[in-house]
Design a binder for this molecule. Sequence first.
Ligand SMILES: Nc1ncnc2c1ncn2[C@@H]1O[C@H](COP(=O)(O)OP(=O)(O)OP(=O)(O)O)[C@@H](O)[C@H]1O
Length: 814
Amino acid sequence: MSSQLYARYVPPSKKKTPAIAPEATETATPIPSAVSPPPPVTRHDASSSYARYIPPSKTKTKSQPAVLLPESNEGRESPSAAKRKREDVIPAEQKPKKSRKSSERKESRLPSPEPMDVDKPDTSSDENSASANAPSKKTNVEDSDTDLEADKKHKKVLEKREKSLRKAEKFAKKAAKKSKDEGEPEEIEAAPEEPAEIHDLVPLPQPEPKPELPAQPATASLPPWLATPIRVSPTATASFSELGIEEDVEKSLQSKGFKEAFAVQAAVLPLVLPGPKQQPGDVLVQAATGSGKTLSYVLPMIQDISKSTTTRLRGLIVMPTRELVAQAQEVCETCAIAYGGSRKRARIGTAVGNHALKVEQAALMDQEMRYDPQRYKEHQRKLDAKWESSDVETDGEDDMLCDDESFPTLLDHVLEPTPKVDILICTPGRLVDHLKSTPGFSLEYVKWLVVDEADKLLGQSFQQWLETVMGSFKPASRQSPLRKIILSATMTRDIGQLNSLRLQRPKFVMLEGDAGRDGDEADQTSQAHVLPSLLVESTIKIENDGDKPIYLLELLKSKIMTPRKDSSKANSTSSDDTSSDDDSDDDTSSDDDSSESSASDASDTSSDDDDSTSSEDDSSDEESTKTSNVPLAKTTEHSPRGVLIFTKSNETAVRLGRLLALMEPAYATSIGTLTSTTRNSARKAALNAFLAGKLSILVASDLVSRGLDLPNLAHVVNYDIPTSVTSYVHRVGRTARAGKEGFAWTLLGSTEARWFWHEIARSAAIERPSKNKVGRLNMDAKTFNDEVKERYAEALEKLGQEASVTKRKDKSVV
Ligand SMILES: Nc1ncnc2c1ncn2[C@@H]1O[C@H](COP(=O)(O)OP(=O)(O)OP(=O)(O)O)[C@@H](O)[C@H]1O
């Protein structure tokens, strides 16, 4: 039993128990296990001392308040962390003992384990010997008494041990507190480690969450010049003389109908014309369709060129279609005449590919005889060499002999190609053709480059036209700067595309839609495409897609082909109607009133006023009835008239034009078509007939959706919906031009309404004049009279027959 106690008091790990005197361990080790030790009854004090110094591991864990906290966490730590902690714990345990002087003194008075161990055998041997000499019976009784007594004493010893442990615990606590208060250096050193241990228990410290950045405006990624345009109010018009245009030129312009400069012209002209507001660098212009962008670049270009004396190619205008080239040519000629009085009259040329290249070359380039003996000799040498090396009978002989360069007519003179035009207006493909194959054609002297409908042209990689053209300019210098003017109603913000224009010190001029916007609102709308301020938009829901031509015919009859007494009646949709309809995507509901009205009475269902208006239109007003089938061509010269109907393809345009003529023979002579498959001469003829008032209905593909200027065009109809916001903006922009009013109608098939309302009608990408919303015109198919339906069926049949005849003809030709 005593051996057990000893074993408990002297654990084998001596290194970890430095509190034990070395002698004690030395003595404890050699205790022979065979020797039965005397009962430790008389040595209880000593056992308590042992207990205090070398507590068993369990007790120790419980009785270390100063270090308990970290120890209790061991189970959750990694093994290495636990080991580190144990090493830390032991000195912490010892330190309080060192600081406890009174405790030390008391302990020093206590017998060390060593003398106890030494005494014990002695005493026990005495007792053993005494008991050995006693009679055996008595000895047995005495033994049992002694055992009981020993047990009691042992209990006492254990109690004392517990007591002393508690005391030691108290001391340890006090000492720890004291040394903390005194700021003992070791304690202070150890202190910072404690929180490190505790941190293992709590979630790992995380980095501070980054505050969310405020949402960036759409313009944030743009370069400053593009993000902060020069905003121009649509009302900021000015007289030409105010802008530095000479008086005679102004007069000439006024005689052509240009009374004063439109807002976009008033903003751009001062930037590029010589004067106090002139600024170096390139100019980008975004302004609504029909706002007068063409004059804003033609005027300064012609003014500059008219100052020169020689003819050189100084101005280059690139446009996407032939029609636009022809239009720009007209404006250029007007301005050239205006400036032509006492100055050089600028010569304008075009290149669009409607003639053979040779014909165009002859129109653009001249051959000039120039005295140059050196080059003459060189030519002669080359010519001789050719004669010597070539076989006289080769096929190329004739060409060589006919080479103009080979036949200078004068001695020491050479023929040199020189440009015939100061300004070339062209499509990109044809321009590249001339750069590659027209002798002497170069962009060396070009001072003005205009790219109109820029977003469309920059998106075209046809023949890599832009790289070819940009690489053909002479590097700009102070003496001969190249100024670029880039325009569109739907200007791209694609900086990659714009960079390919190699812009120098660019400025961005933007014509606002309304009376101007400030701050955030302006930021939001800065990338939106602006619609003309007097444009009125409406939609017509088609119940059955197969009846679409009937809806179109009814629309033509009721709203478009009748002369209007009051323009506001052409579109009876009101903003009230629009806003109420806005709540639903599908325009399926129709008022009872409207369903009762006849299709030809097609009118707004939601406005009483409008109903009355329509009844007024359809009343027995004889004049109105009589003229209902007569195109608007014969109305006053300047009042808006006619309709341009957009379809999704060339084929649809041709078919629809014919179908309309079959359904309503009265319209047959008023219908023309404009498609890319129509011959150029036929396209020109159709446009001219429309402008002359001979045609009132033009059915077209998207070919003419951009830039085409049909002054006074009253209506645009999207028979097939456009494929994009940009396409819609350009299509409807064929009307309501130059400050005039116009009407855009969009027929919506059953699957198209949702897309249209989301992407076009309510899109933030389109900026409409503040009061204008897209309206709805309700037409009820049930009210279409049977005669119309019959005629439609017959027209379809006829169309089918015509198509099969054409096919047969085509086959027989093949
Ligand atoms: N100062 C002016 N006074 C009167 N009419 C003008 C003036 N400037 C231009 N116009 C007329 O306005 C119409 C539209 O001009 P223009 O074709 O230049 O518009 P645009 O902005 O280029 O349109 P789009 O983007 O559709 O090509 C033309 O008929 C033109 O003759």
